[in-house]
Design a protein. Structure first.
Lengths: 437, 437
């Protein structure tokens, strides 16, 4: 293989000219090994962030990053195993509901997930609110959980896509986080390294999404699908709404409770609806269901209580205390709850969901820096949301404090700063905007 | 002063949004001190190379880089002292001819110059072909030479624009050399740090120039002038032709001989013409001459032999052996000379002057890497140049070899590969294209 001319690659990407597959592969390989220094990689990242990449370049970059470490090829070990990924939102507990629900229909789910950083919550953080729950599984334990419970959610191991870890850390300090090809390669290198049979993507859009604008969300969804071409993992995406929090609860322990409530058939309709749609696509992708039989199977799993039983088995398989399903007092409890009252009568016309997410993080429910410690009991209950009619003085939200002592008036004021009231009911946004394959 | 948010600056430059003067200043200051790592600077350099800079940003960058080290403020020490800079070319000995010529008219010249790298020769390398010549002067010796000889050309000291040295080394390995604002800031930070009263820029254009295309050369000239706004140094530019070598000689010792020949009134007309134009602008910028009196003074200095005497005084002041002016055998002599014959009769219609420069470098007359050793005797005499009519078998060039042993047939073949012959005389290009102020 010819030697890589780093200087020439950087020059070409600066001018917006194409770079060859071989060059991308060698660049990533040598950077991962430490043979290419950070200052050359950061120059390449900035050139990519500004000049973009062709679909082919992006797919090659994704492949090169996934080849930098372990490849699990799960689809070779199982008849069918599905993965699911969300671009992140506020109150997004879809993965938690979906996993046992789909497993209860006989379809296996395996996910390597991340912790929360910034305004969105992290699936693993929520699971770790359950006493004893172990999210750091070895490859063997991962397989054991699939065998015992039909589903598993674990943290990504060190061995998966080390190039992504190194590149992500560099992007974080060089102003190159916002880049469609780099975001795509980062997400998909990890997903494709696990190598599920199918992957359902939940791409959020709206004020609480990573991509606020619809066109950006759609471009991301298309980019993620394109990057998987030829990988052996079938990928579909649903663009779902994140212009208001999903469900009532945002936090960790409170989202576990809401997850269980949905599985008991008592959850907020939006969470159930959005999860059901993704679960249905997962069943159909297995080839064992069509849309009608998938819908029927999901309905039956929920109404019969089998989905809830599967959640108990799953929690137990990952070392957690399944008694929380029937006794929420076993979960971390808030020490104080502050009720936020509506300052006027009328409709909630808008809630800046990014601000709502950052508010929740600031209570201790999430991380602003990677080493922040999570306060599992902290969170917010959005009792009234965008589109709801409220009366002045009515409780519209409950702020749950864990260990932190905070000023109630100040928190209430800040909460109300991101909520807009008006006289007319705002136009309703669909919960599911589009299905892309 | 507010803390610099490096991440935010990088993000903004990535999006093509403006960055503030304070941010540019702090970025350069902290990078020079080592507080900002290479990987953040290389990301900024790439963003600048792609998205450009406003004139104001570029001028601020130039100022920040010049403030990173010593500032000589020469214009405060002298009634008037001029600087001259060339963007580089093949056979470009204009600085060597101009300095004693202008000094002979009573106008002081002070230059901090560079060594050659790549296809263009270096003024200091040429001077160091003179036995004993010392181009590494202290600030005190620099002033002494001005006092003794009215002119001086020295290497830039370590203290001048250290930010530029550090940034240039990084650009060299991150594909960010080709960038108008970065080129401008690099050149002008060093020039303005010396702080002459006036600076005449010789911006070359054509196949042997740093910028081959006229529009790029003009943009560079305009950019260099704009970067000096408000600096206290008056800057003008002449765009001169470098589509063929300047003069007959390209090398080091042979260019010193050609310089002396011009000062004796026997030099190639193009060298004398281009130098005279720049010398005249220098005299006029002093405020002591108008165009007519400047032209008369230059003519008198040349014809009277005072310019040549000034060259003797200058060489002596910088420790060189002034006897070389009258005895060229005291200069390094080529051991072998290979005559290149015209393979056909007709006109030389084009000579790729970049290739001619690289050919000269390969003989040992220049550097491909910074630590290459110069062979002062090596070079090329372009006896026939673009536009000249030649007869088949006539000598069109002499390749001068110093210490290297080389195959004559191979060198001849390579030489002819960058020369084009034809039946009709090519259109003549002006030697001076434009004067910009």
């Amino acid at each position: 293989m010819a030697d890589l001319n780093v200087y020439e690659v950087l020059n070409r990407k600066r001018r917006g000219a194409p770079i060859e597959a071989r060059e991308i592969e060698q660049f990533i390989e040598q950077y991962t090994l430490g043979a290419i220094p950070d200052y050359q990689m950061s120059a390449l990242l900035m050139a990519i962030a500004i000049n973009g990449m062709t679909t082919e370049e992006m797919a090659t970059l994704t492949q090169a990053m996934l080849h930098s470490g372990d490849e699990w090829h799960l689809r070779n070990e199982y008849d069918f195993i599905a993965d699911k990924h969300s671009t992140g939102g506020v109150g997004d507990k879809v993965s938690l509901v979906l996993s046992p629900w789909v497993a209860a229909c006989g379809i296996k789910i395996g996910m390597l997930s991340g912790r929360g950083l910034g305004h969105t919550g992290g699936t693993l953080d929520k699971l770790e609110a359950i006493p004893g729950f172990n999210a750091r599984l070895s490859r063997e334990d991962f397989n054991r959980c699939v065998a015992e419970a039909g589903c598993v959610i674990s943290t990504s191991t060190e061995g998966i896509a080390p190039a992504d870890k190194k590149i992500y850390a560099l992007r974080d300090v060089t102003g190159t986080v916002e880049s469609l090809p780099l975001i795509t390669a980062s997400i998909m290198s990890k997903k494709l390294a696990m190598g599920a049979s199918a992957l359902v993507l939940d791409v959020k859009t709206g004020s609480g999404a990573f991509m606020r604008k619809y066109q950006d969300s759609k471009a991301l969804a298309q980019s993620l699908i394109a990057a998987a071409a030829g990988s052996g993992t079938r990928v579909e995406a649903l663009i779902t709404d994140m212009d208001r929090p999903l469900g009532i609860a945002a936090g960790n322990a409170n989202e576990i409770i809401e997850t269980i409530e949905v599985l008991k058939g008592n959850g907020p309709a939006d969470v159930e609806f959005v999860t059901r749609a993704q679960a249905q696509r997962t069943l159909v992708l297995s080839g064992k269901f069509d849309d009608a039989s998938a819908a029927a199977a999901l309905e039956d799993a929920l109404r019969s209580g089998r989905a809830l039983d599967q959640a108990r088995a799953w929690i137990t398989a990952q070392g957690g205390d399944a008694k929380i399903v029937d006794d929420y007092s076993l979960l971390p409890q808030p020490k104080t709850t502050i009720e936020v009252k509506a300052p006027q009568s009328g409709f909630i016309t808008f809630m800046d969901t990014y601000q709502a997410g950052m508010f929740t993080v600031d209570l201790g429910a999430g991380r602003k820096k990677a080493d922040d410690v999570i306060d599992y009991a902290a969170g917010v209950m959005f009792d009234r949301r965008t589109g709801d009619e409220v009366r002045a003085g009515e409780t519209i939200a409950r702020i749950q404090l864990g260990n932190a002592k905070r000023d109630a008036a100040e928190l209430t004021k800040r909460f109300l700063s991101f909520v807009t009231f008006g006289d007319t009911k705002p136009e309703e946004r669909p919960l599911i905007h589009e299905h892309l394959t």
